[in-house]
Design a binder for this molecule. Sequence first.
Ligand code: PMP
Length: 284
Amino acid sequence: MDRIVYVNGDYVPESEARVSVFDRGFLFADAVYEVTSVLDGKLIDFAGHARRLQRSLGELEMPAPVDEETLLQIHRELVVRNGIEDGLIYLQVTRGAADRDFAYPEDATPTLVLFTQAKPGMADSPASRKGARVISIPDIRWGRRDIKTVQLLYPSMGKMMAKKAGCDDAWMVEDGAVTEGTSNNAYIVKGRKIFTRNLSHDILHGITRAAVLRLAREAQMEVEERTFTIDEAKAADEAFTTSASAFVMPVVEIDGVQLGDGTPGPIARRLREVYLDESRKTAI
Ligand code: PMP
């Protein structure tokens, strides 16, 4: 496979793409990212991802490498050049290359890299029909999880802990309450009411979360944004997660405790359907 990737203004085969060893993304994880999904060759919620990117950059006093219109053109160009029907576009902005120093350099040029990942049939994955089994792990990440940085080592460790336990993912827990999944926002359903943690510095403000909550409310479903404990989750009628890459993913087991009858719940299934329908309609 030799994809065409985007690096600082150029479209090049992946085997020729280069970033400096002095890049602060590499040395300090001084970088932010976004993942936008593609269905039928079109971008899902591009505006939301572009807005969150701006916010992440702003929080880190990092200049934007290009404007939103240019970013959209780059996304579209990569979809076309790589023939992506269904898949993901990964985007990363770093503060750029500079001699190693903890203090931010004053004159670094940001690095901008984008690449595609083809995921044929991702909207109808076997995993979503089966539902995910999750374990709980302590949330030991830093205190600004609302900034979408590339500091993903602990979430990677969490995924590995889940894998070793024969499960699919991990939910992170702080002071007894669920923060989020390793790469998704977490929800439980009790008596048809949906609960998900309120927005703060403690979790990533998911773009899929915003869309799913809006659609749930439009469908007259009851939603409450508040913290919930891992014990509440294990006693819930159903559970699910949301992310740009997996949409709405039912959760059927937490720490070995089966939820409901152990199959994806009706609310999670309905929300997945509604979200995918709406996303296809509004994709650009
Ligand atoms: N929380 C975390 C920690 C994540 O990594 C992600 C996905 N990157 C999400 C939530 C979901 O965000 P989104 O819906 O924007 O993909």
